[in-house]
Ligand binder design. Structure first.
Ligand code: SF4
Length: 430
């Protein structure tokens, strides 16, 4: 009987790509990957990952299997509010028993990470180790454990645009999830403003709310029509405004991602001004800053090589953020939760406008050499924060400015510091 129960736990699909605020959320894939997949800066799904809407039976089977695994974890004392060696051992033992039971039942589970080992970009090669297209039981136990340890109240439903799905489909999913995971208090998704503006009616958006959805994360990136066209976003500033206003009228919270640097040096000014304008018209609840990082082999990388796009430097990106903060007139929470951001600019507008502008001005007022040193220092700290320590290759790259484990810029030339900064940035995940 116990073996039969263990054998029924099949690995369920997980959303490897989700907003940072959902890092410890329970996740289910209602669809796979991105049907648009043309944004020039975005490396995520340009790796052979194909878009698919998943059949409802598959999604329900995932939820039921996750529910059963969660039950077994509770019965085995795994993943309360803490993580310890004992819990780790119990989890390992449960994984082994499930594997054995499934083998004895003649079931073979597929396990596959995205095949990116040959990507020209080192970040993508690292990314391949944790972007699990088909997770195994260990991945699923770890996923549930981190969700339980974080409080077990949030759920993210992926992948790239869940508004493309019918509200009834999402409703079936959320009601099943609630049945198996009663502590869930918040459901969130990624969505495209074009879908909200042009495909979904207000009634359908309200039906998402009715189905339990709380928040939509829109990657608007820019409010400039020229920038959106240049990077092939497939959406217009009007979509951004109309889509988010409709979404908010349906009672859903809207969160925007904006991308300083995306206009390059060519469109920097209008990128900042138009993005602030769209934010003023759309009045989202949150604006998250995620500075552009160009990945090798992406369309934007080709444009840069052909001279069609000139990468904005740190100072230009800082001035864009300054312009935006200065021009936003609606109350909104600004967040900086990406390792690509140079400056810690966050707070509530209008209350914290002065503080945010002062952070930027303090940086811009530094002499050029100090700005270069600040930038390298910030990227090294971000790398250590992201990976837990500096890797051998980063230590090697910055060795000319390392003395007794401390940074000493000494006689390093400006060019050398710039190159070191570029190297560390090229290893940071956005
Ligand atoms: S819509 Fe989102 S996931 Fe799809 S290509 Fe654009 S940025 Fe990437």
């Amino acid at each position: 009987m116990e073996n039969e129960r263990l054998a029924r736990v099949r690995p369920f699909e997980i959303c490897s790509i989700r907003p940072p605020t959902e890092n410890n959320s329970l996740t289910f894939r209602l669809s796979r990957n991105c049907y648009w997949n043309k944004c020039g800066f975005c490396p995520i799904y340009k790796t052979g990952a194909k878009f698919a809407k998943r059949p409802v039976s598959e999604v329900i089977a995932d939820i039921e299997s996750a529910g059963l695994l969660n039950e077994l974890m509770v019965e085995n004392g795994i993943g309360g509010s803490m993580y310890s060696k004992v819990i780790q051992e119990r989890a390992l033992s449960l994984v082994q028993r499930i594997r054995k039971a499934r083998e004895e039942a003649g079931v073979t589970d597929r396990h596959r990470c995205l095949p990116l080992e040959n990507s020209p970009d080192p970040r993508m090669r690292w990314f391949s180790s944790w972007f699990v297209e088909y997770p195994d039981i260990t991945d699923c136990v770890e996923h549930l454990m981190s969700w339980r340890i974080a409080g077990g109240s949030t759920c993210f439903l992926g992948d790239a645009d869940s508004l493309i799905l019918k509200p009834e489909f999402m409703g079936l999913g959320t009601s099943h999830i609630r049945k198996h995971f009663m502590g869930i208090e918040r459901f969130t998704v990624y969505g495209r403003t074009r879908t909200a503006a042009r495909i979904r009616s207000e009634g359908e958006l309200a039906a998402f709310k009715e189905a339990g959805l709380d928040r939509v994360h829109f990657g608007i990136e820019s409010g400039s029509a020229d920038v959106l066209k240049k990077i092939k976003k497939g959406e217009t500033p009007e979509d951004h405004v109309e889509g988010s206003l409709k979404t908010a009228r349906a009672g859903l919270s809207c969160s925007f991602y904006v991308m300083p640097g995306l206009g390059g040096m060519e469109l920097s000014e209008s990128h900042a001004v138009q993005t602030a304008r769209v934010i003023n018209e759309a009045a989202p609840d949150y604006v998250r800053i995620r500075t552009l990082e160009i990945f090798e082999g992406m369309p934007l990388d080709d444009m840069r090589r052909k001279g069609e796009f000139t990468e904005a430097d740190d100072d230009t990106a800082a001035r864009e953020i300054r312009k935006m903060i200065e021009e936003i007139r609606v109350p909104v929470e600004i967040l900086s939760d990406s390792a690509t951001n140079l400056l810690p600019v966050f707070g509530s507008l209008p209350k914290d406008r002065g503080k945010m502008l002062a952070t930027i001005d303090e940086y811009l007022a530094k002499p050029p050499r100090e700005r270069l040193e600040y930038s390298l220092h910030a990227r090294i700290s971000a790398f250590a924060g992201q990976y837990g320590a500096l890797s051998a290759e980063v230590l090697n790259a910055i060795s000319p400015v390392l003395r007794d484990k401390r940074l000493d810029f000494g006689t390093a030339s400006d060019e050398e510091i710039k190159n070191m900064t570029a190297f560390v940035k090229s290893r940071l995940m956005p």
